[in-house]
Design a protein around this ligand. Structure first.
Ligand SMILES: Nc1ncnc2c1ncn2[C@@H]1O[C@H](COP(=O)(O)OP(=O)(O)OP(=O)(O)O)[C@@H](O)[C@H]1O
Ligand SMILES: [Mg+2]
Length: 595
């Protein structure tokens, strides 16, 4: 027990309120005690008081921080609850970000920058969570974003709800493995229902239908006001990078469709280039800045003096030797430039540097040169204009030169120069040029466009749709409840709980547009019982509409990934019965932080 001496010896009644304070009666010190002794004792007590105060504050801080992470309890059974209690916190943060009436979050990063977004993954990326269970919740948003690019908010909301449904069963003493078995079974049935009963096929050649689906994805975002433009951009970009070889489809938007942001102008000026754009200028101001049908040569080697490795010794005996060394360097550059000029390119682009002398030789041969482009950019240019990236200039051949581009041009926006390689005949890579008023607007537009690109890609890879606006969740929930009756034993209850947890999506959509949740959900359930499985909630008005008529569709791959990730995360977290951290606290208060 720690005591704090807080009171002044002259006023004992003041301190009597604090239960932990020691009351020192003034009467214990008779008047005749000499003043110096009293003074010394007072000083001693004050010193002690400061020390104790400090220790107590430290102890409280330590206990508080450990409690805020996990809660004060240490029994292993309650740990499951604590793990589960962390998830609604993460899910609650982004619940208001679901659907077309979603709210944005403004996040501050440690460096003082701000992010404004309603993208689930982007929000959670910026949040610092201490609890390990919270961290794994955030991880699933990232996984979802990498796998399918959309549905990151839904997956967190759903996972939070599914974990919450496990809580009553754990409180009743049901073993986690029983719950896990039921969840597994439910997931299998959900996937089956989604594939066989709810999804419909999509004709990939029907551009209008594709536009509809991408529109319902971007409709929930900031870019929703320019949804037509965003859809066109997303579909154009995806069609550009689509590669079909021997019946195999490849759409690698991450590598071959790059979004470049140029601040200024308006969002309407954004477009997809039939080629590539780089934020670069030519190496010499006199080089040509506009070339029609350019012959493009791509290199990933230096056009500079050969530099020595980490340690190079050069022995010079005479004064002429030094001149000779310089001459050799120049000869080397000259030789490299001659090799390049021999294949008659109009533009040379290299990933490494170009020396002034090399620039001079290239300028004399009428060649424009660009240096220090990124490897990924060079790969894109190679795909767009049909060139091959060459490492040794002595091995250059005619076939390595790219002739697929129609125009090489350097343009200036603001203070920056941009290099455009456009009008390519068959570009299999592209750049999406985004314009916008400010950097924050551009960043959010890019995030939204990435969602649209992923949805377009998913559709072309797997052309299957499910109705949106909570219709799919209601349909799957209904069919799962029907199936639950056939399950024997206690597993039936967690199984049923999963079907009820799915309601969180229509519920949140209704909540976010200000509708009456209970009335809407009851009416929606009635519609599903009588009039088919495409009825959902119009996220703009909060009314119940047929999604076939309203035209809100989600790709099957996104929905399926959402369910899989949500349930598997819930299962993973339910398996945890204890969290043990290796941190050893000082002062022996906690020896091993066993939560
Ligand atoms: N106009 C609409 N009316 C009703 N529901 C809609 C509408 N547009 C989209 N939805 C639904 O909203 C949900 C998607 O919302 P949102 O795009 O905000 O989140 P997400 O896709 O889960 O996550 P994120 O886009 O942040 O990665 C889907 O369930 C979709 O069916
Ligand atoms: Mg979305």
């Amino acid at each position: 027990m720690l005591f704090i001496i807080t009171q002044n010896i002259e006023s004992p009644q003041q301190s009597s309120q604090g239960s932990q304070n020691i009351i020192i009666e003034t009467g214990r010190y008779p008047d005749q005690v000499n003043n110096s002794k009293r003074k010394r004792q007072k000083q001693y007590r004050e010193r002690n008081r400061e020390k104790l105060k400090h220790r107590e504050a430290e102890r409280r801080k330590r206990i508080q921080s450990s409690q805020s992470i996990i809660g004060p309890s240490t029994s292993s059974n309650s740990n499951i609850m604590e793990v589960n209690n962390e998830k609604p916190a993460v899910a609650d943060v982004i619940r208001t970000c679901l659907g077309p009436q979603a709210m944005l979050k403004m996040l501050m990063d440690p460096t003082g920058g701000i992010v404004m977004t309603n993208d689930g993954n982007a929000i959670l990326r910026e949040i610092t969570v201490q609890h390990p269970a919270g961290k794994s919740m955030i991880e699933i948003a990232r996984t979802q974003d990498e796998e399918v690019g959309d549905g990151t908010t839904s997956v967190i909301v759903l996972a939070g709800e599914i974990l919450a449904t496990a809580e009553p069963f754990l409180e009743q003493g049901m073993h986690p493995t029983v719950i896990i078995r039921a969840y597994r079974q439910a997931l299998e049935d959900m996937i089956e229902i989604l594939q066989d009963k709810v999804s419909i096929d999509l004709d990939c050649n029907d551009r209008n239908k594709l536009v509809d689906v991408v529109k319902s994805c971007v409709g929930t975002k900031f870019i929703g006001r320019w949804s037509d433009l965003a859809c066109q951009i997303a579909l154009d970009a995806v069609h550009t990078v689509l590669l079909e070889e021997n019946g195999r489809r490849e759409i690698d938007i991450k590598r071959y469709a790059k979004v470049e942001k140029i601040p200024g102008g308006s969002i309407e000026e954004s477009h997809v280039l039939k080629g590539i754009m780089l934020n670069k200028d030519v190496t010499h101001p006199k080089m040509q800045r506009c070339i029609k049908n350019p012959r493009i040569l791509l290199l990933d080697c230096n056009l500079e003096y050969k530099k020595g490795e980490s340690q190079t010794n050069l022995e010079i005996m005479k004064d002429t030797d030094f001149t000779r060394v310089l001459e050799l360097e120049e000869e080397h550059i000259k030789k490299v430039c001659q090799d390049i000029v021999a294949v008659k390119p109009d533009v040379v682009i290299t990933e490494k540097g170009i020396a002034d002398l090399a620039s001079h030789f290239l300028l004399k041969a009428g060649i424009s040169a660009i240096r220090r482009v990124r490897k990924s950019d060079n790969n894109r240019i190679a795909r767009a204009c049909g060139a091959t990236i060459v490492n040794r200039t002595e091995e250059l051949r005619e076939e390595d030169v790219g002739t697929g581009a129609g125009l090489f041009e350097i343009k200036k926006y603001g203070d920056d120069y941009f290099c455009f390689i456009t009008e390519c005949t068959n570009p299999k890579a592209c750049t999406i040029v985004l314009r916008g008023a400010s950097k924050d607007v551009l960043n959010e537009t890019e995030r939204n466009l990435q969602d649209a690109l992923h949805v377009a890609r998913n559709l072309l890879m797997e052309p299957k749709l499910v109705p949106g606006g909570g219709a799919t969740e209601m349909a799957v929930s209904k069919l799962l409840t029907e199936k639950a009756a056939a399950i024997a034993g206690v597993e039936q209850w967690p199984y049923k709980a999963v079907s009820q947890a799915l309601d969180i999506i229509p519920k949140t959509l209704a909540q976010n547009c200000g509708a009456n949740i209970i009335r809407i959900l009851t009416a929606l359930r009635a519609k599903h019982a009588t009039e088919g499985n495409t009825w959902g909630i119009d996220g703009e008005t909060g009314e119940i509409v047929d999604m076939k008529i309203r035209g809100i569709w989600d790709p099957l791959s996104v929905k399926m990934q959402t369910y899989k990730t949500a349930i598997e995360t819930a299962i993973l977290l339910l398996r945890i019965d204890d969290i043990v951290s290796g941190i050893v606290y000082r002062l022996g208060i906690f020896h091993l932080s066993h939560f």
